[in-house]
Design a protein around this ligand. Structure first.
Ligand SMILES: [Zn+2]
Length: 400
């Protein structure tokens, strides 16, 4: 019997026990009746989504959950988002993810204040990126490409093997409230890039040109263009991804999947959950697999806001898991629920710990739990050490 799968991802939902929650995690403490009910009937376990030696980024973790080994296929965060934008790039081009950020001052004594420049809106950000493109792009091979909110791209033609390709620049969300000096020193090893970043900071400092909090650009996550196996060939399923964020769209596009657009999807607490659910259910009428990604729990983890993170998890359960469960009743569609990585509130960034996952209906005897949480997932003893094996493992069980 062929089956369909709805894979629901709450980005960064996993966490560590918190004293203020009597030793529970936000997921365990949140009111999540739908996930808890599915856990009682399904299989609950842990899955390692970040291979040893790789950083715990959403790009790497989601690539694994989509069945591709990041140790083989990952070239960088920038290249995934370039795939999302459908940028035409030569194999030798270098692609950076380029945040609009807020720093305390643009110097080695500066501090990273906000990796999102106050969650800058896409229209304002788009105007700034256009300005940077006009002023700084051109003969030096540099170009800027506007994305969503604070997430943009910077490309350098023919530099995939250049010195820049080997620089390690820390992701800005990993260095909140920390000095930026060591990264600025590294940028200086790539003079053309360093000059452009400095000019960008000067342009952004002009209030006549820039009404926002953004006062610097922050290129990171660079690499050569992404090439992934096609989902349909690999798994024999017609698949779609649904997400507000470019990196998920990029993974989907690079795998030849449908990238369904939901106009009200924002990647934050105000996202259009109902629109995502409707789009997912519509796709599953004809398609076989849908990857529904919700960004809000991760953003709240980066903020360090316990209240918002619990709310984001409760919204995910009530507005995504619940309606999907109702919409898929009796349709022979499995539900798979996971986070891509943990974003512990105490760290305010990602960690590489294995993530809890939930499959309904269950396929592993004895792996049920009385609710869905990190502790329950660890207690069943079901653990997949390679994240990219999660989907193949489930699909094999369907064929039995
Ligand atoms: Zn993530």
């Amino acid at each position: 019997m062929s089956k369909k799968i709805a894979f629901l991802i709450a980005d960064g939902m996993g966490d560590w026990p918190i004293a203020a929650l009597a030793g529970k995690t936000p997921l365990e403490s949140a009111h999540t009746p739908h996930m808890d009910a599915l856990a009682r009937e399904g299989s609950v376990g842990l899955c390692r989504t970040v291979p040893e030696g790789l950083p715990p980024g959403s790009d790497i973790a989601n690539m694994a959950l989509l069945g591709c080994n990041p140790a083989v296929f990952h070239t960088g965060r920038g290249p995934i988002e370039a795939a999302a934008q459908g940028l035409e790039l030569a194999p030798e081009d270098l692609i950076w993810r380029c945040n609009l950020v807020q720093v305390s001052q643009w110097s080695e004594a500066g501090i990273m204040v906000d990796y999102s420049a106050g969650h800058i809106d896409s229209d304002t950000a788009g105007r700034l990126i256009t300005l940077l493109r006009k002023q700084l792009g051109g003969n030096n091979g540099l170009d800027f490409h506007a994305g969503v909110q604070y997430r943009h791209l910077l490309t350098q033609s023919g530099r995939a093997q250049g010195d820049e390709a080997r620089l390690f620049i820390r992701p800005p969300h990993d260095i909140l409230d920390q000095p930026i000096g060591e990264d600025l020193q590294r940028f200086q090893q790539a003079p053309a890039l360093w000059e452009a970043i400095n000019k960008a900071a000067k342009l952004l400092a002009d209030p006549a040109l820039n009404p926002s909090q953004a006062n610097a650009i922050w290129p990171w996550g660079q690499g050569k263009p992404l090439r992934l196996p096609f989902f349909a060939e690999r798994f024999g399923m017609r698949g779609a991804v649904i997400s507000a964020v470019d990196l998920i769209k990029g993974l989907g596009r690079a795998m030849g999947m449908t990238v369904a657009e939901v106009p009200g999807a924002t990647g934050y607490l105000d996202t259009d959950y109902a629109g995502k659910v409707r789009t997912a259910l519509d796709f599953l009428d004809q398609g076989d697999f849908v990857f529904v990604h919700v960004e809000a729990p991760d953003e709240c983890g980066h903020q360090g806001s316990l209240e918002n993170k619990v709310r984001a998890i409760e919204d995910f359960d009530a507005q995504v898991v619940g309606p999907m469960r109702a919409g898929l009743a009796d349709q022979g569609c499995a539900m798979l629920i996971a986070c891509d990585h943990l974003t512990p509130l105490v760290k305010r960034t990602h960690v590489a710990d294995p993530v809890p996952f939930l499959l309904w209906p269950g396929i592993s005897a004895g792996a049920t739990a009385n609710g869905f949480g990190e502790t329950q997932a660890a207690s069943t003893g079901l653990i997949l050490e390679q994240g990219e094996e999660l989907l193949p493992w489930i699909l094999r069980s369907f064929k039995v």
